[in-house]
Design a protein around this ligand. Structure first.
Ligand code: GLN
Length: 546
């Protein structure tokens, strides 16, 4: 349970979706942190999936994995990147999860004969979730997915209304994000959609205490006063959320508009204490004025929605910040290599990255990308599926195993990548059935790896043991280790029991590393991940050669 001093800020959205509520929440978290407060960020998602793990990345965007093995919404990635607070399972919940818990309780007979209803049983479960797994946080920022007025959001809005009433206005603030569209023919930012959205929120009993209005230009005083008047909010708490040249400038932009100041004012907290934004200014400067540029070709399958690779794009940008260069990304659909020569699309890039992925479609193209990188000495970074494809490539072309493949694509004579049904986590054995559920059954979350003495990765991490987050069902088959190592592919990171290959590398290549985990999930702008920093460094070097 939370302590009696924890304050709760609920962030809802209205008018349209995709307003960047997640980013706004993350930026506010960073600002409160810069004021010396301890924060935690959470997301309540109104959809019926138990978690986003089974959703298509091109619909929902990336699935963000936590250390404790939860598959969560990509906004948790923003939260972690902006605050450095590792996200946990208890930071994201969906309608599906709430209902499955309530129904499981009903089946156990825990409701002692009561008629189980949305109010109070579902709303109680939501409130319990909001206050669970907290200790000495000063602020909990709780974002509600979706848009006010959606049928699905109603139980969540009712729950936060009750919650706010129970802890009292001195410990709860409702912040509503809206849009002020600019109508060129009228030459005005229009406030009516915002007024309607605030009214919609009021119709479920929630009076917004602060508004965050997305706009492409400053809000004229007149419009601000109008919004304040009609929405029953003080004019200084109508904050302009102006478009920012980079997401890492958002904390600075919002600070200038008085967002954190007004939050402190609302809670009657001291506003005069100094705020240290030096970190964010430094990051913004580096992004604004890089000293060079490199191009990375990202060869994947979900390139139609860049959000599918959210953390990856960010981690590459962080690698750029570390090297003081801009990292330009060329998103290449791997299926293109089925018909065309890889060289046409990869000749100009300074590094090739094959990210995580699922299924056979596009896999041969990724194998070709790995082959191109290996043969041409172009830096190659294979992540999860990208490592598995690099291993298949090496098996086929270096170790003379032409039929090497993954059992993910069907039975094969040489399963250099195969389904794992049993593995070790700490002192425990984890297992999955061959034909079991797809949801929540992958090897998920943080696992340690031991790095080989003298390997490239050991030099990059500068540590003997690492911990990284996983999300996969298949593994590189350890039984092929000797054969592949003889052919030149070093298994430079292994699980502590030596059974699961975690990292492979080509010692004789400028930079060729494949990792079974997802390092992009832990990279931050103020703490770029060492693998991304070094990959971008290698790409800079490569760019000097051409
Ligand atoms: N499809 C592969 C597996 O399940 C890789 C998963 C991934 O890249 N995240 O093992």
């Amino acid at each position: 349970m939370s302590n009696s001093m924890t304050r709760f800020i609920f962030i809802t959205g209205g008018v349209v979706s995709s307003l960047g509520k997640g980013l706004a929440s993350a930026a506010l978290g960073a600002l409160l942190q810069a004021r010396g407060y301890k924060v935690r960020l959470r997301k309540l998602d109104p959809y019926l999936n138990v978690d986003p793990g089974t959703m298509s990345p091109t619909q929902h965007g990336e699935v963000y994995v936590t250390d404790d093995g939860a598959e969560t919404d990509l906004d948790l990635g923003h939260y972690e990147r902006f605050t450095g607070v590792p996200a946990r399972r208890s930071d994201n919940v969906t309608t599906g999860k709430i209902y499955s818990d309530v129904i499981a309780k009903e089946r156990r007979g825990d409701y002692l004969g009561a008629t189980v209803q949305v109010i109070p049983h579902v709303t109680d479960a939501i409130k319990e979730f909001i206050a669970s797994d907290l200790s000495d946080e000063d602020f909990v920022l709780c974002e509600i997915g979706g848009t006010v007025g959606d049928i699905e959001s109603l139980p969540f809005l009712e729950a936060i209304r009750q919650f706010g009433n129970e802890v009292g206005p001195e410990r709860a603030l409702f912040t509503h994000c809206t849009l002020l569209p600019y109508i060129p023919t009228a030459g005005e930012l229009k406030t009516k959609p915002t007024q309607h959205s605030v009214k919609e929120l009021l119709s479920v009993g929630i009076q917004a205490g602060m508004l965050l209005c997305r706009a492409d230009r400053p809000i004229p005083e007149n419009e601000r006063r109008k919004i304040a008047l009609f929405c029953n909010i003080r004019p200084e708490r109508v904050i302009a959320a102006l478009d920012s040249p980079s997401i890492y400038e958002v904390p600075l932009t919002y600070h200038r508009e008085g967002f954190d100041d007004q939050v402190l004012d609302y809670f009657d907290l001291d506003r005069s204490l100094p705020i240290d934004l030096g970190l964010w200014e430094k990051i913004a400067d580096r992004i604004r004025e890089p000293e060079g540029e490199v191009t990375i070709g990202v060869v994947g399958k979900y390139t139609s929605l860049i959000d599918s690779y959210k953390s990856l794009g960010e981690a590459l940008a962080h690698g750029g910040i570390a090297n003081n260069v801009r990292v330009k990304l060329d998103w290449i659909d791997s299926e293109i290599f089925d018909a065309e020569d890889a060289a046409i699309h990869l000749e100009h890039v300074n590094g090739i990255l094959v990210p995580g992925g699922f299924g056979e479609r596009g896999a041969e193209g990724k194998i070709r990308a790995a082959q191109f990188a290996r043969e041409r000495g172009v830096p190659y970074f294979g992540i999860c599926f990208g490592m598995q494809m690099a291993v298949i490539e090496a098996a086929r072309h270096l170790a003379d195993l032409p039929s090497a493949s993954s059992t993910e694509f069907g039975p094969t004579q040489d399963p250099v990548v195969g389904l794992m049904t049993e593995w070790v986590r700490g002192n425990q054995k984890e297992s999955r059935a061959m034909n079991g559920d797809l949801g929540g059954t992958m090897r998920l979350g943080a696992y340690p790896a031991i790095l080989a003495e003298g390997s490239k990765v050991q030099a990059i991490y500068d540590e003997p043991t690492i911990s990284e987050r996983h999300r996969h069902r298949y593994e590189v088959n350890i039984n092929y280790r000797n054969r592949l190592e003889e052919a030149g592919l070093l298994f430079s990171g292994l699980s502590p029991d030596g059974e699961l290959p975690e990292i492979v590398e080509l010692p004789d290549h400028p930079w060729f590393i494949g990792v079974q985990f997802h390092p992009e999930l832990k990279s931050k702008p103020f703490e770029p991940h060492p693998l991304f920093t070094d990959f971008v460094r290698a790409a800079v070097e490569q760019s000097r050669l051409v």
